[in-house]
Design a protein around this ligand. Structure first.
Ligand SMILES: O=C(O)[C@@H](CO)OP(=O)(O)O
Ligand SMILES: [Mg+2]
Length: 401
């Protein structure tokens, strides 16, 4: 019933106005799924390869689609994703593009769910999935590669750890975002928004900490539950490998000083979450930081692990981090992303399912987070391509009770 009858690929717009790949998958019995690839700006060196959209579409039409039509069942995700790997033939999807691969992989999952008449999270997670909901990490202020002339740290995140429901968590993050807008206004700081909808003011990181801490505190008082502060430092973007220093504008930090700085920030701001505190090759620095503060905060590898089970296993062996960011397009298929979640969970690490800075209205990651019982999801706070996922989580919560 779920045998694939057709796959069509097209070029659509992403939230930055760039082209990206959208896939439609149709099955023999009329099941339909549509999904689109997101795209990163602060991409890790070890991510699967995103090809220019036109090239990715042409290559997938030539090599992947003939292996899928009449051959593979959309309801069997492993079969779909194995066919994509077989068609590509490389370790990093450099032949058909991880953008084509992930769009097809996700569209096939939706077509499989459609045939079954089940919501996607149910199809992916099965009846024995947990019934927890992820805590949404909300990017409320930032800069880095997502906005020019703003903070050096890429993302300041609201972490509504005490929220009693996904809906209250989502609205709390939006309230923090709004409160930050007011606080910036009061200080006379003009601010546009970065790629993910976070405020992107020209202030230094110290001022950003002050404002975000005040806003999360104010909103926590209003809503009556705890809201912590988190960071995505995206430290690879600050690191100069030739000089072996991290550059925060004129301030330089050696790799050891970077670890000290991160440990100090965790204590000073009681940070609930820190992503990519050191650059993507520094497993030892990551492990050192984990020794020092891993008992009291979530230390998450994004560029470090790139959703790749081999790099994750290296991190587990080294004691680097206690969480992994999971971005399906970093690795190319849903099966590979689920493998990363499962390896993490078996080893006591938290999974944080994540959007990219370039997004579409696609909501697959909301379903993936619920299906895999991930403790966190990072998918922005405001802006249509972000609220698409947040609102889908609210709908799933209503549906799942
Ligand atoms: O670094 C990150 O975690 C992501 C998403 O917030 O950014 P990008 O998609 O640009 O890699
Ligand atoms: Mg990141």
């Amino acid at each position: 019933m779920t045998r694939i009858r057709s796959v069509s690929l097209r070029r659509i717009l992403d939230s930055r106005g760039n082209p990206t790949v959208e896939a439609d998958v149709l099955t023999e019995s009329g099941g339909f799924g549509r999904a689109a690839a997101p795209s990163g700006a602060s991409t890790g060196e070890y991510e699967a390869i995103e090809l220019p959209t036109g090239e990715a579409i042409a290559a997938a039409r030539q090599h992947a689609i003939p292996r899928l039509i009449n051959e593979v069942h959309a309801g069997n995700q492993r079969e779909v994703d194995a066919a994509l790997h077989g068609a590509d033939g490389t370790d990093d999807f450099s032949n058909i593009g991880a953008n084509s691969a992930v769009a097809i992989s996700m569209a096939a999952a939706k077509a499989g769910a459609d045939v079954l008449g089940a919501p996607l999270y149910q199809h992916l997670g099965g009846t024995f999935r947990g019934d927890n909901f992820p805590i949404p990490l909300g990017n409320v202020l930032g800069g880095g590669e997502h906005a020019k002339e703003a903070t050096h740290i890429q993302e300041f995140l609201a972490v509504p750890v005490g929220a009693p429901s996904i809906s209250e968590a989502v609205f709390a993050n939006a309230a923090v975002h709004e409160r930050i807008g007011d606080l910036l206004d009061e200080r006379g700081v003009a601010a546009g928004k970065g790629d993910e909808g976070a405020w992107a003011p020209s202030i230094d990181d110290a001022a950003a900490f002050e404002i975000v801490a005040q806003a999360t505190g104010d909103v926590a008082d209003d809503v009556g539950f705890d809201i912590g502060v988190g960071l995505d430092v995206a430290a690879s973007e600050l690191y100069d490998a030739d000089d072996e220093v991290y550059r925060y504008g004129d301030v330089e930090r050696t790799p050891d000083e970077q670890v000290d700085y991160m440990a100090d920030l965790v204590d000073e701001y009681d940070l609930a979450y820190v992503e990519d505190p050191v650059e993507e090759n520094d497993f030892d620095g990551f492990a050192d930081l984990t020794d020092r503060v891993g008992d009291r905060t979530v230390l998450c590898g994004d560029d470090l692990f790139v959703t790749n089970v081999e790099r994750l296993q290296d991190g587990i062996d080294a004691g680097a981090g206690n969480a992994i960011l999971v971005k399906p397009n970093q690795i190319g298929t849903l099966s590979d992303a689920v493998d990363a979640v499962e390896l993490a969970t078996r080893n006591g690490l938290d999974a944080v399912v994540s959007h990219r800075s370039g997004e579409t209205e696609d909501t697959t990651i909301a379903h993936l987070a619920v299906a895999t019982d991930a403790p966190f999801i990072k998918t922005g706070t405001v802006g249509g391509e972000r609220t698409a996922k947040l609102n889908e989580l609210i709908r799933i919560a209503e549906d799942a009770v």
